[in-house]
Design a protein around this ligand. Structure first.
Ligand code: FE2
Length: 233
């Protein structure tokens, strides 16, 4: 049996209407009404849910998300306030959930007052334990920061500072099939030694075009294959 989930990213909801030159709340609403037409089993939001981390902006976001019936899983981005995010969604920021044979692991790669990311020893230990203690056949890892060069105008120095530490864990487990992120506001796909890598576009605005907003829809196959389709609006 196949299962699927949707990833949205970098919604940048704020107390102000105008964020980075766009109405980020209106853009998110357009995305969510498109998502409603799809079949999926979970919604993953990979950071920068808000622009300034205010409790009010998380409440605003949650009002928009009431149209989603599937489970929602969140992780922090550099624009988020971790305490406000975790209390608004009543959740730990690193956790795991399972869809059929697939385990999805969300990590916290955010450093206080820094745009670039880092996976702490605790996060790497959590990742290692989550994979080794799971009986899921396949694993997907998700974090806010890109783990390889984006091959674009994006400044790679703003990505994950220690991808080698992540790959050192991932390489021990052949069940890891994909790593997903946001942050770069860019849709892209890469491969790392057979592990699929997917970058999710922003629901608010792309940094280097196209002039669209979008999201990623993943199909998880029972044979361990993962497919990603980016939907643009
Ligand atoms: Fe970000």
């Amino acid at each position: 049996m196949n299962t699927s989930f949707i990833q949205i990213s970098d919604c940048h909801i704020d107390d102000e209407i105008n964020v980075m030159g766009v109405d980020s709340t209106a853009n998110l609403k357009r995305i969510l009404s498109d998502i409603k037409n799809r079949e999926f089993n979970a919604l993953l939001i990979s950071g920068d849910l808000t622009h300034n981390g205010t409790l009010n902006s998380y409440n605003k976001l949650q009002k928009s998300l009431t149209t989603i019936e599937a489970d929602i899983h969140v992780m922090p981005g550099n624009h988020d306030d971790k305490d406000n995010l975790s209390s608004a969604f009543n959740t730990e920021l690193q956790r795991t959930f399972q869809l059929d044979d697939w385990q999805i692991i969300t990590l916290d790669s955010v450093q206080i007052n820094k745009v670039s990311g880092l996976l702490s020893k605790d996060q790497l230990h959590f990742l290692d334990g989550a994979i080794s203690n799971s009986n899921a056949k396949y694993t997907v890892v998700c974090l806010h920061h890109p783990v390889v060069s984006m091959n674009s105008d994006w400044d790679d120095k703003l990505s994950l500072e220690n991808p080698e530490d992540l790959f050192e864990v991932v390489e021990q487990y052949s069940q890891v099939k994909a790593i997903l992120w946001g942050h770069a506001h860019q849709s892209e796909a890469f491969d790392y030694n057979g592990v699929s890598l997917f970058s999710c576009p922003s629901t608010a605005i792309q940094f280097n075009g196209p002039d669209n907003i979008g999201y990623n829809h993943y199909t998880l196959r029972s044979n361990g294959k993962i497919e990603c389709k980016t939907h643009w609006l």
